[in-house]
Design a protein around this ligand. Structure first.
Ligand code: FES
Ligand code: FES
Length: 176
């Protein structure tokens, strides 16, 4: 066997070995500490949906373009389809399931209901997460600031106006 073939064989064995390795990833999800055993490069999106059964977070494009998979990690909105689970070791993750508290909807969820901000619903969890991150930083955003905050979240149904209305209405509710 020539040297190149030996090298190719070694590379593929290493790569297969790498993907079959599992690691324990410890992180907080919606206020609860979790330890997940998963391949380190498994997408956070898949770990949330498949391992933790948090199926509120959606997959749209799977390529970082639509925002359907948005979650908040350590205060920043990220696309969970692009982040390997090993990168959230020790982090705090908020998904759409963590927005309601004590059985009460987050004001954003209530406003989306009242304003018709959700139609098919695929974009809605990501929109809510992006909006929550905005309101956590800026309690009284302008409509332009709202539009900017959800610019990475695509909606094929609403035309965005009702979504912006809903976020604006939620911002007017003092008790968040
Ligand atoms: Fe992640 Fe579209 S599914 S950005
Ligand atoms: Fe259908 Fe936004 S409500 S994609």
């Amino acid at each position: 066997m020539d040297t190149d073939k030996v090298f190719d064989l070694c590379s593929s064995v290493c790569i297969r070995g790498f993907f079959s390795v599992f690691m324990n990833v410890r992180f907080e999800v919606n206020g609860i500490e979790k330890v997940v055993e998963a391949p380190p490069m498994k997408r956070l999106l898949d770990v949330l949906r498949e391992e933790l059964r948090l199926t509120g977070t959606k997959e749209g494009c799977g390529e970082g373009e639509c925002g359907a998979c948005s979650v908040i990690v350590d205060g920043e909105v990220i696309n969970s389809c692009l982040v390997p689970v090993c990168q959230v070791q020790g982090c705090t993750v908020l998904t759409v399931e963590g927005l309601s508290r004590d059985g009460r909807l987050d004001p954003l969820q209530q406003a989306f209901l009242e304003c018709g901000g959700a139609q098919c619903g695929i974009c809605t969890p990501g929109m809510l997460i992006a909006a929550r991150a905005l309101l956590d930083e800026n309690e009284q955003p302008t409509r332009d600031e709202i539009a900017q905050a959800i610019a990475g979240n695509l909606c094929r149904c609403t035309g965005y106006v009702k979504i912006i209305d809903a976020i604006e209405q939620a911002a007017e509710i003092k008790e968040r």
